[in-house]
Ligand binder design. Structure first.
Ligand code: PEP
Ligand code: MN
Length: 365
């Protein structure tokens, strides 16, 4: 664990009614023209959002892609703000971005996934924020490293920024997959466990990478008790200069927003509390049984280890492992368990058996 109880960071709410409703941040991936910005913003203001977003400096994977308009687009953000009354935000990746964003009255800054990976970059941004209290959102790093994400949050918190939010945008992986960026929900859940009062926003657009997944991912995030949703919105998504496949029209945004359900984390209803408590008690008993069964299984693994050692046999028995996996899969599926879960749990148990046998082999007689 990185933080001990005594120096654990605490965070003030990013928005006043946090916990009782979802926060919405929306706008184009990139600022492309004043008309595009204003048209999007007018629609979004009508629908009702908390924060307008637009990338002014775009970190692109390949050179020669559209890399953003730069300072001129900050003027459009200022126009959006004065014409619609919306608070506006943009991504910053160095001290001069911060300086310019502040000059044009940007209300909220965000640090992109490619910046969060670099402590030098994050520290430069943090230093440039000294004495300025502007809310900052910190995207997860592109690699699945919760410590790096926390490190970036800590650097910004140390710059005395009062309002901080984390944005979960998913993690890069090799080759095509269902999602553009794997959500790996457990990483965000771990962040929530360590910092329960930190505001957490789901960037459904960059996780999904495609329109048909946006709503499902956003709803899942809300059901994991996230505080809000970020979606990329463009008046003509197919013509967008960046991320065309994942952007939606303002009308589509309005429809998704109206369907998303925010459920609070808790309820005072005594019936709810009672049923939950009774179910949880049963669950705790089962967890205890699972643990004692696992301990017994590991005891057998130790004995097998000893047996293999005495007979000078290798630990891994590939055929036996295939048989276990196949049998677990067959039985688990018949019990209604998810195949990926069966595989994961079987692998974890098998790996621990190997570790135990390895210890037995290593021990001098
Ligand atoms: C963005 O939000 O436009 C962006 C570039 O996102 P990320 O840093 O998550 O790739
Ligand atoms: Mn984008």
């Amino acid at each position: 664990m990185i933080f001990s109880e005594k120096d654990r960071l605490t965070f003030s709410p990013f928005f006043p009614d946090k916990g009782s409703r979802a926060y919405f941040m929306a706008g184009p991936c990139s600022a492309e023209s004043e008309e595009q910005m204003l048209e999007t913003a007018r629609h979004l203001a009508q629908t009702g959002i908390d924060l307008f977003r637009a990338g002014v400096w775009k970190p692109r994977t390949q050179p020669n892609s559209f890399e953003g308009i730069g300072e001129d687009a900050l003027k459009w953000l200022a126009t959006v703000k004065s014409e619609t009354g919306l608070a506006v935000s943009t991504e910053v990746a160095n001290a001069s971005h911060v300086e310019l964003a502040l000059k044009y009255g940007v209300d909220v800054l965000w640090i992109g996934a490619r910046s969060t990976v670099s402590p030098f970059t994050v520290q430069e941004i943090a230093d440039s924020l000294a004495g300025v209290d502007i809310p900052v959102m910190i995207k997860n790093p592109i690699n699945p490293d919760v410590r790096l994400w926390i490190g970036a949050i800590e650097r910004i918190a140390k710059a005395n920024v009062q309002k901080i939010a984390a944005i979960h945008r998913g993690f890069s992986s090799f080759g095509p997959g269902h999602f553009r960026n794997q959500p790996r929900w457990q990483i965000a859940i771990e962040l929530k466990r360590l910092f329960p009062d930190l505001t957490l926003i789901c960037d459904s657009s960059h996780i999904s990478g495609r329109r048909d997944l946006l709503e499902e991912v956003a709803q899942k995030a809300l059901d994991l008790n996230y505080d809000g949703i970020m979606l990329e919105v463009h008046p003509n998504p197919d013509q967008a200069l960046s991320d065309p496949q994942q952007q939606i029209t303002p009308e589509e945004f309005r429809a998704i927003k109206s369907r998303l359900i925010f459920r609070p984390a808790d309820s005072e209803n005594p019936h709810f509390k009672q049923s939950l408590e009774s179910l949880r008690r049963q669950m705790d008993e089962i967890d205890e049984e699972i643990l004692s069964l696992l301990a017994r299984r590991m005891g057998l693994a130790d004995e097998i280890g000893l047996c293999k050692k005495e007979n000078n046999i290798s630990i891994l028995q590939t055929r036996r492992w295939s048989e276990i996996l196949e049998r677990n899969m067959e039985q688990g599926l018949a019990m209604g368990l998810n195949p990926e879960f069966i595989t994961n749990i079987s692998k974890a148990v098998h790996q621990e058996s190997i570790n135990r046998q390895h210890e037995v082999m290593r021990k001098p007689d």
